[in-house]
Design a protein around this ligand. Structure first.
Ligand code: SF4
Ligand SMILES: [Zn+2]
Length: 468
């Protein structure tokens, strides 16, 4: 299931067959389409279309091309239209210094006015920017400083503040700027350009941005993906874009669909929050959410936040029995790996872990344990020999090679737990087939030192995972 976060279905190109286009989209697995508007008339059409079709939502506003058509009255009309229940955003708005169809100062004034509407209406914005990224960001920063409560959205489903407040549609910039925008509370949306023979920066961004901050769009009727170049674009082609991004991310199209649909839920409140799960798939592996307890309290952990990973909600309210887990696994040989993890530290449930792992091994599956490496302290004995024959791979969070920093990051006694974790890692390297040690991509952590420590002193494989 996918959501097309940007398609101009109200455009003339769809006058002849709009209903069929929506039907084809539904048949292609598109659950919802957001129709952004370009001016006041188009905003009215977008609202009417959304009114008629359950799968369509509208954004209302003035595109920078049409900014010269905006005046106080038409902007007031946009604000009035935005009270319609199926209007989920203000947009598309922004700056376009490539075509300059409206004078730049007019574009800037109308963009700022629409940011203020979004703030008053507690709505996100859909931003168009072309050859104007720096200026767009500067105006956004000014506006966020002026209207800080905009980031404290009451609409945000989990009430977490600050909430996401907009999307850069058809994002034209590089990856590092994209990360800055994510930090400012914005999503990045990529269209069919990622499928082009010359995708420019878009494919870099597709590969490097976290899927928790990515949306999918066709920008229909424009930017038709390969292999339909030269034809009119339509939402039914969205899976082609998802396939290419999945490839770039080393994920499945289903992972991309789930993660980006959750992004749409967070940003636009469309759809619903995913239900908590004991087991969930990522790529070709099945993850077992074995526990809700943890002995640590890492500063970067999302336990107290949303705890949603690629659209899977990990916030279970009780721990599953081994029988429940086994029932959900089905045939373990279908998966590359059965991964023991949790919304917490899985070795806290060592007995359940061993019972399920034994069943998986007896039934032809492969197993991995994701752990903080404190299992020996938690269980008050050396547990690694007990994992022999049950666990094929272990991923241990190294976090830092400095016990003090380690303790600060995990909010526990580093002088006690760091050596315990290292001992667990050494013993795992000695007794188990494959050991990986990971750090989170945090500025203060010395990556090269960590890599050398893992590879030379422990003899494990080093890996880095993104902070988000
Ligand atoms: S060890 Fe894992 S689950 Fe526990 S607090 Fe740290 S990141 Fe969160
Ligand atoms: Zn558009």
């Amino acid at each position: 299931m996918f959501i097309d976060s940007h398609a101009h279905l109200t455009s003339r190109e769809f006058d002849a067959d709009r209903e069929e286009v929506l039907k084809r989209a539904a048949d292609a697995g598109i659950r919802f389409v957001i129709n952004p508007a370009t001016n006041l008339d188009d905003s009215r059409r977008a609202v009417e279309l959304a009114d008629r079709h359950a799968m369509v939502y509208a954004a209302v506003g003035f595109h920078p091309h049409d900014a010269r058509l905006a005046d106080d009255r038409s902007l007031a009309a946009i604000e009035e239209l935005s009270t319609h229940p199926k209007v989920v955003a203000i947009g598309e708005t922004g700056l376009d210094f490539h075509y300059d169809f409206s004078p730049r100062e007019v574009q800037e004034r109308v963009f700022t006015a629409q940011l203020a509407i979004a703030q008053r209406r507690d709505l996100p914005v859909i931003i168009h920017t072309r050859e104007s990224l720096e200026r767009t960001i500067a105006l956004l920063r000014e506006q966020i400083v002026r209207l800080p409560q905009w980031r404290q959205s009451k609409r945000h489903p989990n009430g977490r503040t600050p909430g996401p407040r907009g999307v850069f549609h058809c994002y034209p910039g590089d990856l590092s700027t994209a990360w800055n925008l994510v930090e400012m509370g914005f999503f990045i949306s990529l269209p069919g350009i990622v499928t082009f023979r010359k995708p420019g920066l878009a494919l870099d961004v597709a590969a490097g941005i976290s899927t928790e901050h990515l949306l999918l769009e066709t920008d229909s009727p424009y930017l038709t993906p390969v292999p339909h170049r030269g034809e009119r674009n339509e939402p039914a082609y969205l899976p082609l874009i998802a396939d290419r991004i999945a490839e770039a991310q080393h994920l499945t199209p289903a992972d991309i669909g789930r993660a980006t649909s959750y992004g749409v839920f967070r940003l636009f409140s469309i759809g619903e929050a995913p239900a908590p799960r004991f087991t969930y798939t990522l790529k070709d592996s099945l993850y077992i959410n074995l526990t809700i307890r943890c002995n640590a309290d890492c500063v970067f952990c999302d336990r107290k936040g949303e705890a949603v990973v690629k659209g899977h909600n990990l916030k279970i309210d009780r721990e599953p029995t081994p029988e429940e887990v086994i029932g959900e696994i089905g045939d373990p040989a279908r998966y590359a790996e059965i991964v023991f993890c949790g919304y917490g530290e899985p070795t806290i449930r060592l007995d359940a872990l061993k019972t399920v792992a034994k069943w998986v091994k007896d039934n032809g599956g492969r197993t991995r344990l994701n752990t903080d490496g404190h299992g020996n302290v938690i269980n008050k004995r050396d547990i690694v020999p007990e994992l022999v024959g049950l666990i094929d791979g272990v991923s241990i969070s190294l976090n830092s090679t400095d016990p003090t920093q380690y303790g600060a990051l995990m909010r526990l006694d580093g002088q006690r737990y760091f050596p315990a974790m290292v001992e667990f890692a050494r013993e795992s390297v000695r007794l188990l087939p494959r050991v990986v040690m990971t750090i989170v991509d945090l500025q203060d952590v010395d990556e090269e030192k960590a890599r050398a420590f893992v590879e030379k002193e422990i003899g494990a494989v080093f890996s880095k995972r993104p902070y988000f």
